[in-house]
Ligand binder design. Structure first.
Ligand SMILES: Nc1ncnc2c1ncn2[C@@H]1O[C@H](COP(=O)(O)OP(=O)(O)OP(=O)(O)O)[C@@H](O)[C@H]1O
Ligand SMILES: [Mg+2]
Length: 380
């Protein structure tokens, strides 16, 4: 018994080492392949397979180890999960047989299948949730599978269940991250680049109304287009580089306002921190686009004569406030605009993306105040 125990512990060590290796991959196909291979080596079987159920009683995946490419290619079809393979799915307990053909659940092999006799099948499950099935056929030494083979494969199954759960979580996590990225890029395009293009459109419209365009009138349009190109280039660069050198909050906001082509009669004042922003470059860049959209809303919709921008760290929050003295609007009727804009929604979402929030206060005839608060501990 002592020797058996030592052997068992040695195998458990093998299982943990190899499964930790498996867990490094986030590619489910690779993980499936490894698990079948490890099972085969662990009990010295000729053949092993990992089946993944499709939730309807049959198999979604079937990964084999021990069969050659040629043998697989010759098979009439892959196992579908009937017979013994399916019995594990429905019965949810181990099946160990010295001659599988004699079992009443057996449905025989598809044409051209190599002969197999001894069988061990074990469900991979946590509680009532079935993740897969491990199937083994025929030991290399010709002996039938014994109790300790069963125990080892069961242990491997538990590890495999954990690895599969964690791979699933990683996949979900990556998906969420990807959605966040897409969201962010979409907002970036709307607030930054689309707004710049909108400005160019306005200039072209003015020329059209004046019914003529001279070179001196065209050159600001060319400049604006160059700005858009520069925006895109800078944005791509930032995506690649992450953190670069950032000037102060004040300078960065001044730069944004300069780029917006605010009409001269509209006075914009900026009261912002002279320190570097308390965020990663990309986060601050993204937050400053809230300012950009807010100012462009005020220019387009409010008839304001003054806009004040405030951006400072207050306690543990970064606070951005944009106040205009324009027409204001009725916040209760916003959702009634059928082609309702994306700007305000984007701003709110952008603030939330960094753990903060946006609040809007507007009253008809009394101007609009937008406040964004973002906790400064946030890092990406
Ligand atoms: N500062 C403001 N002053 C007056 N009205 C505003 C102001 N900001 C927003 N609004 C009103 O709220 C509406 C929604 O703004 P939002 O930015 O979401 O969309 P939009 O500017 O119309 O379109 P988009 O931003 O997608 O180009 C505006 O159409 C406008 O009626
Ligand atoms: Mg807008």
């Amino acid at each position: 018994m002592e020797i058996a125990l030592q052997q068992y512990l040695k195998h458990i060590k093998e299982i943990t080492t190899s499964m930790l290796k498996v867990a490094e991959s986030s590619d489910l196909q690779v993980i499936f392949d490894y698990i079948a291979e490890i099972a085969k080596d662990l009990v010295g079987a000729k053949y092993a397979a990992l089946g993944i159920p499709d939730g309807k009683g049959t198999l979604k995946y079937f990964k084999t180890a021990g069969m050659t490419e040629e043998q697989i290619a010759m098979l009439e079809h892959y196992p579908k999960g009937h017979g013994l393979l399916g019995a594990i799915i429905s019965e949810r307990h181990n099946i160990r047989l010295d001659d599988l053909a004699k079992d009443h659940r057996s449905v025989g092999f598809p044409a051209n299948h190599p002969p197999m006799e001894k069988f061990l099948g074990v469900p991979i499950q946590i509680g009532a949730q079935l993740f897969g099935m491990l199937y083994l056929c025929d030991r290399v030494d010709g002996n039938p599978f014994d109790e300790s083979d069963e125990l080892l494969i069961e242990s491997l199954g538990s590890f495999a269940a954990l690895v599969l759960v964690s791979a699933e979580v990683t996949t979900q996590h990556n998906r969420i991250h990807m959605l966040e990225e897409r969201e962010r890029i979409g907002m970036e395009l709307h607030d930054g680049i689309i707004q710049s293009l909108y400005g160019i459109g306005m200039q072209v419209e003015l020329l059209r109304l004046a019914n003529q365009a001279t070179p001196s009138e065209l050159s600001p349009i060319v400049d604006s287009l160059n700005n858009v190109i520069e925006d895109i280039r800078r944005y791509i660069l930032q995506l690649r580089q992450g953190n670069g050198n950032v000037s102060s909050v004040q300078e960065q906001l001044e730069w944004i306002v300069a780029r917006l082509n605010v009409p001269e009669k509209l006075k914009v004042t900026i009261d912002a921190s002279h320190k570097k922003p308390p965020f990663d470059n990309l986060v601050f860049e993204s937050l400053s686009l809230i300012v950009s959209e807010a100012i462009s809303n005020a220019v387009r919709h409010s008839q304001a004569s003054r806009i004040e921008v405030f951006a400072h760290t207050v306690e543990k929050e970064f606070l951005i406030r944009i106040i205009d003295n324009g027409d204001g609007f009725d916040m209760n009727h916003l959702s009634e605009h059928p082609q309702g804009g994306l700007g305000l929604k984007n701003m709110a979402q952008r603030a939330r993306l960094y753990g903060g929030e946006l609040s809007i206060y507007s009253q008809i005839g009394k101007g609009t105040t937008l406040t964004v608060r973002v906790p400064i501990k946030y890092k990406i």
